[in-house]
Design a protein around this ligand. Structure first.
Ligand code: PLP
Length: 375
């Protein structure tokens, strides 16, 4: 039996809700399912406004626009992240400035941020890797002191929290992904969460092609027109209908994922004790969402060998990010501050385990295979 890395989550009501959207004769953006989903997000994360987008990438681009990034501005972020975090900044002509990550959580090292600040720095984009929180108290304190925006790339972090506060609700803006590999999916999809009410109006306009259509639909203006920059960032209500079927089952999906995560964590305990792997470390105060389970092997040769031998057994366990500072576009559009030794070290040794909500005995098979291959 092939054990794939991911399988899209389906709860059973997706097609019914899509049919309902069709029956209501509203399949463009901001229909009833979009409203249900954004209200759910506002309540779940505790933010004044959630706007569905067609991807987290789109939400990151909106966040970059809301930060008013202009050519030459700088944004401090980790290099150990998905390309979209940096691309959104580079698309505005601004420069991603990469700093290193922490050895425990693999998140941006908050102690390295302040030294990377220059007069051109406009924002800090943090990434909650694997749904484990960055050290947000320190990040917010630095940002307030230097008058910088904070954007949480919470693509992986919905339903995780930091010192009791939901991730995605701490920075000025945050971005969520509903890509099929995430905990809650709509194939492709995302959301921008706006934490500062002062930016809600502009965010709505950016998302609606630079028009005040959202105000018009609420009856606040009697016609709508082009008022600012913008693009079409909103998804069809068909996508939102699919997503609603996931949100409605959020608690049970999370319980399932967490059980699988814990199964892996127990299963690899003895390998860690014997110094053969390192398991994820969850810092105090972080309640994670079991988005992904990874192991760190002693070196990249051991990691690559394990990937290949698992593949021979039809178990697909991939590595993760190629650090952005070493990628061709990273060399062209970004710069680094200080050494990125931890980023480079970790990226070469990390291996992600198959994880999807409907797994049954697959985790046991994966654990058994890893034990027999590296003992
Ligand atoms: C998945 C992911 C994205 C991109 O999400 P899309 O919805 O595919 O655009 C961005 N950042 C991080 C950290 C991610 O994990």
């Amino acid at each position: 039996m092939i054990i794939s890395f991911n399988r899209p989550t389906v709860t059973g009501n997706e097609l019914r809700y899509i049919q309902e959207a069709l029956d209501k004769f509203h399949v463009s953006g901001d229909g009833i399912f979009s409203k249900r989903c954004s209200t759910w997000l506002e309540k779940t994360v505790g933010v004044p406004r959630a706007l569905l987008t067609h991807s987290c990438t789109a939400a990151l681009e909106m966040a970059a626009l809301l930060c008013d990034l202009s050519p030459g501005d700088e944004v401090i972020m980790p290099s150990f992240t998905f390309v979209s975090t940096a691309n959104a900044v580079a698309l505005r002509g601004a420069v991603p400035v990469f700093v290193d990550i922490r050895r425990d959580s693999l998140n941006i090292d908050e102690n390295l941020i302040e030294a990377a600040i220059t007069p051109r720095t406009k924002a800090i984009f943090v990434v909650h890797y694997a749904g484990v929180a960055c050290e947000m108290d320190a990040v917010m304190e630095i940002a307030r002191r230097h008058d910088l925006f904070v954007v949480e790339d919470a693509a992986q972090a919905l339903r995780a929290s930091y010192r009791g506060r939901p991730l995605g609700g701490i920075g000025d803006f945050s971005t969520i992904s509903f890509h099929e590999t995430k905990n809650f999916i709509s194939g492709e999809g995302g959301a921008l969460l706006v934490n500062d009410p002062a930016y809600v109006g502009r965010a709505e306009i950016l998302r609606e092609k630079g028009t005040n259509r959202s105000s018009f639909l609420r009856g606040e203006v009697d016609k709508y027109t082009w008022v600012d920059l913008g693009s079409s960032f909103l998804p069809s209500d068909i996508i939102a209908a699919f997503l609603w079927a996931q949100f409605e089952n959020a608690d049970s999906l999370q319980v399932r994922r967490r059980a699988i995560w814990e199964r892996y964590h127990d299963g690899f305990q003895s390998l860690e004790r014997d110094g053969l792997v390192r398991r994820p470390i969850i810092p105090d105060g972080c309640d994670h969402n079991a988005h992904l389970y990874y192991l760190l092997l002693p070196n990249s040769e051991a990691r690559n060998r394990l990937i290949a031998s698992l593949r021979d057994r039809e178990i697909y366990a991939p590595f993760h990010y190629v650090p952005l500072h070493s990628a061709p576009a990273g060399l062209k559009f970004a710069r680094t501050h200080g050494t990125l030794a931890v980023t480079e070290d970790v990226a070469g040794r990390l291996l992600r385990m198959p994880l999807w909500h409907a797994m049954t005995n697959e985790p046991a098979q994966v654990i058994e295979a890893v034990h027999s291959l590296i003992r």
